[in-house]
Each structure stands twice: as structure tokens, then as C-alpha cells.
Design a protein around this ligand. Sequence first.
Ligand code: G2I
Length: 470
Amino acid sequence: MIERCHGDTRPQAGPRARTAIVLAAAALLAATGAAFLPGTASAGTTLGASAAEKGRYFGTAVAGFKLSDSAYTTILNREFNMVTAENEMKIDATEPQQNQFSYGAADQIVNHARSRGMSVRGHTLAWHSQQPGWMQNMSGSALRQAMLNHVTQVATHFRGQVVAWDVVNEAFADGSSGGRRDSNLQRTGNDWIEAAFRAADAADPNAKLCYNDYNTDNWTHAKTQGVYNMVRDFKSRGVPIDCVGFQSHFNNDSPYVSNYRTTLSSFAALGVDVQITELDIQGASAATYRSVVEDCLAVARCNGITVWGIRDSDSWRASQTPLLFNSNGSKKPAYDAVLAALNNGTTPPTTAPPTTNPPTTAPPTTAPPTTAPPTTPPPGSGCTATLQDSTRWGDRFNSLVTVSGASNWTVVVAVTPPQKVSNTWNGSPSWDSSGNVMTMRSNGSGNVFGFTTMANGNWSRPQVRSCTAS
Ligand code: G2I
């Protein structure tokens, strides 16, 4: 059974955090009997397709200059459904001279990904590192304004193309302080992080806005607690933060620890999504990779995993051979372990995940799954579209629509506000101005398309309004 993976196809309307995430997925397509394009990924046999069946994504960092390497792109296109530009969206790449923006390399990666149905994580808008020379030399209010302008310009450029932004990267100090890292940005005032989030929110109200850091995996570490306290504070004051990225560069000095799941679930309990954003593991222990995947699957708000490169030779730490593919492109035991974990893993819990100290906010509870029969709309002109309930999570649910009577079709589906469609697959969607009515057109992926609806408290079934053959 062949599946074609999904793209970022969210509507453009709706308030930010209330619309929740984007990154859910294709499920149960194997059971539909749908015909799909040859050459696309099979559910259960690639990282992206298997993650999608669990309502998650599996991504990789991509270096733009490697897109001409067919061995590289073969693996990229086959395995992954999320892409992060490894360097091309950083400040020095996108604004090399003040107010002169340069998007060519990043656009190339975004276009490569999105034209193949992969989504894109943006990395990163504000960071003490990889600043262009002009910014390194700035301070005070001039720097604050330059940073905010950068956030605004870049988030605006990629608006609608980036599903989640690392708005601020690595702002906390290592060691026992649990406080902020000193930097020129920090010296503009402690509120620089929330200012960056507010600017990003204004520029792209639909992208998920993440804080991203490393060495925040161990729940007992001061740095982890420092970030946790900031996120809790942001949530309590309404600062628009949607997600926390855990880079998860595991090595002998900063190893995977068994309380990692506690870390993920504790942050999630604050009301943010969690994402594993730059995973690599020194030596690529299959067991450790498996544990990381299982930990993510055990936390309902863990949306997905991104590895920081494809082959060992692509890694920033190549000598540690930390990735899932050998330098010759062959799959390593860690790859098999990850795929098995994705395929055998537990579905997201329908009850709240365990929380740990200090729990603050109760995780959302989940209504029981509906068992209502499929809804059949009135026949349209020349085709029939039948909507069927699919996988359901604590905050969202999937629907599958099967079209009969036409191979080129247009189906109109409506969701009920405040529901929002956060993801689609196997069709080309467009939206009305409300963002609640989706017009889905066939795109050669067969006669079954799917979409994820963020419930936002309303679990009513989306309605098929029409099916038109074209
Ligand atoms: O350092 C590992 C990662 C830690 N978290 C944030 C990530 O953004 C970071 O990624 C690495 C890239 O993998 C490296 O590729 O960030 C480094 C610094 O931005 C990247 O290294 C840079 C080199 O410093 C540059 O000299 C080089 O021109 O890569 C550039 C492109 O190869």
C-alpha cells in the first residue's frame, strides 16, 4: 500500500495559540484501499509515513548546497516529511547587511520541501550566535529594534510556508545558574525574548512559535528548569509561545537520560507543544534512538522529531557517527529501531500524560472517540465524497474523504468554528476568507484525501458540502 505524504496546508486565518498545531498527520490510509502515485512513500516503511500514522512528523536538517547530491535527495525525499534549513534561515544568512534581506538559499530549501509535500520548520529568528557582523556590533535600543525588524521581516517573508519557528534559540546559560545566557541581545533587556515572540506573532499569526535550546533534556538540570519557568511565566502572562524545541544533541558529555520523557511531558503540561528539533546521538545507539521515539510517542503534545542531518557525513559532528544513515546512504541499526518504534509505538494517550513536579496546569482531557457511521453528503455534479472519522487525539482528529465517480474532483468541506484544519494530505486545498471552508482539489494522489482538524473544544464532524467532477 502506497501513501503520499502531506504538506503544510493550513488555512491562513485564526488566532494563534488557540488554533494549536499544524503538524499532525495522515493516518489509516492503508485501510482505505486508495490508489496512490507510484514512487511515493509507503505507510509504515519510511520515517515520515510511519510518524504520520502516529499523528507526528519526522524531519531532518537540510543543507541547501546538498540538494544537488542525488544520493542525499533520494533519502530526503523518501524518508522525511519535515525539513529544517540547517543554516540558511539564520540571521547571518537572511540579513547579511542591515535591512538587506537574502532569502535565495532558504527559499530553495523551502521550495524543495513544500513542492514534495514536506513541511518546514524555521530556524531561527533571534540568536546570540551566527549574527552578521553589523548586528554583532550593535547594542541597546538600536539592537533591540534591529532584532525586532529582523524577526518581522523574515517571519513575514516565510508566512504561510513555515509551520513552526524557532523564534529564539539558545538563550539560557549552561551550568547551574538556570538563568539567561549573557549576549548582546540579553543586554538589551530581559524582555527581549517575549518581544521577539510578540513580533513573530504579529508577522505570522498561524505559525507555531517555539523556544529552542540544547541541554534542556534532563529534567533535573538547572537550565531545563530555567526554560520551564520562563515558559510557565509566558503562558501565565499571555506571551504568544506555542511550543518548546528540545535540540537533543546527545553525547557522552550530555547523554540521554531516562527522565527525558518527564521533561517532555512536564513542558507539555504547561500548555505548549514539544518538538525534538535537532536529534543526534553519539554512536547512534539503536536502543537510545528507540527510547527517544518512544518518549515522544508517549507525550500527546510531542508533535515530531527532527534529526540534525541525514547521513553521518552530513552531521556537524560527523566523527561521532550520530545519525540514522551511514555516509554511503545505507540505513543503520538506529534507523531500523526508529522505524520499529514509530510503527509499534503507542498511540497518543487519550488521558492526560503523567505530570511531574511541578505540575501547574492540568493537561486537556479527551472526550471518548466517536463511533458514528460515515457521513455521505448529497451527490454533487458527477462525484460523491464520503467523510469518515479517523484517528483522534486529545486536541485534534483526522478525517478521511473518499471520492467516487471522478478522478479529477473538487470537494468542499466545512469545519465548525472554532475548529481549524491544521493539516491536509493527498489533495490541494484552498480556503475561504473565514478559514473554515476548505476546497480540496485532486492532485494526482488518488481518490482519498485526509485532513486534521484542531477541535478547539468542538468535536463535531466536518461536513462535506459538495463534490464536483472536473
Ligand atoms: O551546532 C549544532 C546546532 C546547535 N543548535 C543550533 C543549530 O543551528 C546548530 O547547527 C549548526 C550547524 O549544523 C552547522 O552547520 O550550527 C552551526 C553554526 O551556525 C553550523 O556551522 C556553520 C559553521 O559554523 C560555518 O562556519 C559554516 O559556514 O556551518 C556553516 C555552513 O556549513
